[in-house]
Design a protein. Structure first.
Ligand SMILES: [Zn+2]
Length: 88
């Protein structure tokens, strides 16, 4: 494998993508779920494509909840939505 880029699986559509292209949501050791813009925070993480369809799936699907151990709070979903919208 000459490709050094790390890949991660989107928790909504189960497709693999480069880590740098995915959005990361993390549940911190303190129990807060946050949008991890730096992708470097400690905690249980879930990845999502920069796609509205994946965000919509993430709202409904249990897989994100399973990855994080709890649902994504509304304000974090809003942040992700903004990020996706601005990325075009
Ligand atoms: Zn996806």
């Amino acid at each position: 494998m000459r490709n050094k880029a790390e890949t991660r699986t989107c928790s909504a559509c189960r497709e693999k993508a480069q880590k740098s292209e995915l959005l990361r949501v993390v549940r911190t050791p303190e129990g807060f779920v946050v949008f991890d813009r730096s992708r470097k925070m400690n905690g249980r993480g879930a990845y999502l494509c920069r796609k509205q369809t994946c965000l919509d799936k993430a709202k409904k699907s249990a897989s994100i909840r399973n990855s994080l151990g709890c649902p994504i709070p509304e304000e974090v979903l809003n942040e992700l939505e903004k990020e996706i919208t601005h990325a075009g």
